[in-house]
Design a protein around this ligand. Structure first.
Ligand SMILES: [Zn+2]
Length: 426
């Protein structure tokens, strides 16, 4: 473990150096087949403040998190309950530290996550073991500033919420990433919305080598967009095209606003049980269903639906209160469901040619991001980050391109059927 940690540290240093050397080139490179290496890459921009080191230490009654900074920043700290978390908001900073460094907690800290939360704002979310009091939250030192967060356990008699408890509305700001420019749909060119899961302070599943789900799916999404654009047959929109958090509701809104003819969400799964990691692998394709196809699918949807909570937001729930609207949506959904199932079939056939599929690869569950009445939608779990063989494939750029090609073939088949009148797409 120690040796691995040291190796990791050396790798970071090397990556930072390489990135600095190629900084201008990397920034100038358009998002395409050559861009976005999966895994742990550090993009260095000279203009932004950066976090260069994170330390978690404990004493008998105090847990301390120290983040070394390249510049002075002003933190805004809030505590939130259910579950207990400390949220540290910062102006946009770069995290030049191991993205998996917050996975293991100590003392009062269970784990912590960090990353871009929305445009020009970074966030650190600290999961705590029970309610805590934020004793210190300040930046010290002008020359080598450090952000210091000190937590103590709340003793009986102390107020349970030491800092103001924000209303759920405050935890759900309306504007995150600037939404993609609205493209005009035309009858000739169907609109396809590609949704790379997670992003920013939500890494998604983390592989044993430090590979992050958010990086893999963004890389595949960019490849898929490039290949679809090259056909000239589609208008393609990404729900995110950089490493930033996007709430579930906003992903659905982007699809609605663009009147997507097809919505494809990209993810990679992981099994928590180490004993199963070697056995469970392969891709699976999910469509929406109120009732999950099996217990594993139900748990997966629960996990994917909870990402807003992980980012320090109130849990996502889509507005489905209006009864009349629900009935209308239900009627419309039945038709949309047929198209989603049709696309899932085509996708399964195409993916099977290039990759190992999971057992019973076509599954269904109540994913919030698939709750779209007007747009046929699927969620692809590209493989298991917890499986060594899958992990190797997921980070292979060649494999990523092959998978993107297979998805393009399924998209082509789907819309070719529509053109022949066999499938009507709303
Ligand atoms: Zn995911």
């Amino acid at each position: 473990m120690q040796a691995r940690g040291r190796r990791l540290a050396t790798t970071v240093a090397a990556l930072v150096l390489v990135s600095v050397a190629h900084c201008t080139k990397a920034l100038a490179q358009p998002a395409g087949l050559g861009a976005a290496m999966p895994g742990w890459t550090v993009e260095v921009s000279p203009n932004k403040p950066a976090v260069t080191r994170a330390q978690l230490t404990t004493t008998a009654d105090l847990t301390r998190l120290i983040f070394d900074l390249t510049e002075w920043v002003t933190p805004k700290v809030t505590t939130v309950s259910k579950p207990d978390r400390v949220i540290v908001d910062l102006p946009e900073v770069e995290f030049r530290i191991d993205p998996a460094s917050g996975q293991k907690g100590k003392g009062l800290v269970k784990a912590y996550r960090f990353g871009l939360f929305r445009s020009k704002q970074s966030r650190i979310v600290i999961d705590t073991n029970g309610p805590v009091h934020v004793k210190t939250a300040r930046v010290e030192g002008r020359k080598q500033p450090k952000l210091i967060i000190e937590l103590t356990r709340i003793k009986s008699g102390q107020p349970t919420a030491p800092t103001a408890q924000p209303a759920p509305a405050d935890l759900r700001p309306t504007q995150f990433e600037d939404p993609p420019t609205l493209v005009a749909a035309s009858n000739a060119r169907p609109v396809i919305v590609i949704d790379p899961g997670h992003g920013g302070l939500d890494p998604g599943a983390v592989g044993s080598t430090g590979l992050l789900e958010k990086d893999v799916v963004l890389s595949v999404a960019r490849r898929l967009k490039t290949l679809l654009d090259q056909t000239g047959r589609y208008v393609v929109v990404l729900t995110r095209d950089r490493d930033i958090f996007v709430p579930l509701q906003q992903r659905v809104d982007i699809s609605r606003r663009h009147k997507a003819n097809l919505f494809i969400s990209l993810h990679a799964d992981a099994v928590p049980e180490e004993s199963l990691a070697g056995l469970v692998r392969g891709a699976s394709i999910y469509t929406l269903s109120e009732f999950a196809s099996n217990e594993q699918a139900r748990r997966l949807a629960e996990k994917e639906n909870a990402v807003d909570l992980l980012a320090g937001l109130a849990p996502a729930s889509l507005d489905t209160q209006d009864e009349v609207r629900n009935i209308l949506i239900d009627l419309l959904r039945r038709e949309t469901d047929t198209f989603s199932a049709e696309f899932s079939n085509l996708l399964t056939n195409e993916l099977r040619k290039h990759m190992k599929l999971a057992r019973d690869p076509q599954r269904s569950a109540a994913f919030l991001v698939l709750q779209q009445a007007e747009s046929p939608s699927v969620l692809i779990e590209l493989g298991y980050m917890s499986n060594e063989e899958d992990q190797k494939l997921l980070q292979s750029l060649e494999w990523q391109t092959n998978i993107a090609r297979a998805i393009v073939a399924a998209v082509d088949a789907f819309f070719a059927k529509r053109a022949m009148g066999a499938v009507h797409v709303p």
